[in-house]
Ligand binder design. Structure first.
Ligand SMILES: Cc1ncc(COP(=O)(O)O)c(C=O)c1O
Length: 352
């Protein structure tokens, strides 16, 4: 009999969205960017690979070339930046550093379910505080006294967004660390970077996976006070970000224009697609992210998810929230195909 920690045995692992091996799917289930990354990124990686010893040396432990780029682009001094193997790694490090057995971590719910998994790994206690109907910050969350708070903003799976004023109030009411997961913030009207200097207990997590089309490269950033950075680095693997990802991330940050163009296209698609889904009878949550959450009370959404999958379109169905589907914003063409299929399915199943 193999003995595991009881906490591990008891917990469910995080279930990521499907990544089908078979080709030909329109993938609208894991909030990837439908546009390819900047060709300058590919060129930088290929040029680097052509140099002798490219892969035989360890990468820089702090991803210094990426920190330099991030310092310039985000306007945050590099001593305030940790580069991670995706933002998931940084979330993992934060939970490890701030939470021990029995500690509580509070977050508004529903949200990114990885937070629960990370808490349970620490034998910490997730405190899931329901969002009110308008998805503003729950008052109980603002007032909670816990070692760690986390807010996903814009939130997943809803796409809803909490204003900077509300975040500022949260920071004033809280003395323990507050993590803002801004994975989707490039699709929103503003972000909280400007609050960093005033609130040393604010930790902001970002990613290049969504707005920069680099989910496969695995690059995330933590922006936080240097004292936080110092402690987080103690828990980090020495060589957490591989050298090709470092080269690619540096090139990405040097070609911001490219990412910004795609962000604008996605926002435009989000707007017309949301209206079109409403016309089909769905409730569409107002989204500040690269996805929308939709509901339709008279329809079995698991059935819709399955029917779409048969037609080679993947959207995200969460068993935990069976009355909603989360749909990533793809290209205009993807969204037209999806609408066409949804229309067909509604007709065939007589939900007119
Ligand atoms: C809210 C949220 N945070 C973090 C992540 C992780 O992103 P990364 O690819 O940087 O690990 C995701 C990925 O889907 C996400 O939805």
């Amino acid at each position: 009999m193999i003995l595991f920690r009881e906490a591990i045995r008891k917990m469910e692992g995080y279930v990521p969205g499907e990544q089908p091996e078979e080709e030909g799917y329109i993938k609208l289930n894991t909030n990837e960017n439908p546009y390819p990354p900047s060709p300058k990124i590919i060129k930088a990686i290929c040029d680097f690979l052509a140099t002798p010893l490219a892969l035989s040396r360890y990468p820089h432990p702090l991803s210094e070339m990426v920190r330099v780029g991030a310092e310039k682009y985000y306007g945050v001094p590099r001593e305030w930046i940790v580069v991670g193997n995706g933002s998931d790694e940084l979330l993992n490090l934060i939970f490890r550093v701030f939470l021990g057995k029995g500690d509580r971590v509070a977050y508004p719910f529903p949200t990114y379910t990885l937070y629960r998994t990370l808490a349970l790994l620490q034998e910490a206690e997730p405190w899931e505080i329901p969002f009110p109907g308008d998805f503003s910050l729950p008052e109980e969350f603002v007032r909670a006294r816990v070692p760690l708070k986390i807010l996903c903003n814009p939130n997943s799976p809803t796409g809803t967004y909490v204003s900077l004023e509300a975040i500022e109030r949260l920071l004033r009411e809280t003395s323990s660390p507050v993590v803002l997961d801004e994975a989707y913030v490039d699709f929103a009207p503003s972000n909280a970077l400007s609050l960093l200097a005033r609130f040393p207990h604010l930790l902001i997590v970002r990613t290049l996976s969504k707005s920069f089309s680099l989910a496969g490269l695995r690059i995330g950033f933590l922006f936080a006070h240097p004292e936080v950075v110092r402690e987080i680095l103690k828990a980090k693997d020495s060589y957490n970000v591989n050298v090709l990802s470092q080269i690619g991330a540096k090139a990405a940050l040097e070609d911001m224009e490219y990412a910004l163009r795609n962000i604008e296209r996605i926002k435009e698609t989000r707007l017309w697609f949301s209206r079109a889904m409403e016309e089909l009878g769905f409730f569409v949550y107002p989204s500040c992210a690269n996805f929308v959450m939709v509901k339709r009370g008279d329809m079995d959404l698991y059935f819709l998810y399955q029917e779409l999958k048969k037609r080679k379109i993947l959207v995200r169905y969460f068993p935990e929230w069976p009355d909603a589907l989360r749909i990533t914003i793809g290209t205009d063409e993807h969204m037209h195909i999806l609408l066409e299929q949804v229309r067909d399915i509604i007709k065939e199943s007589a939900h007119v």
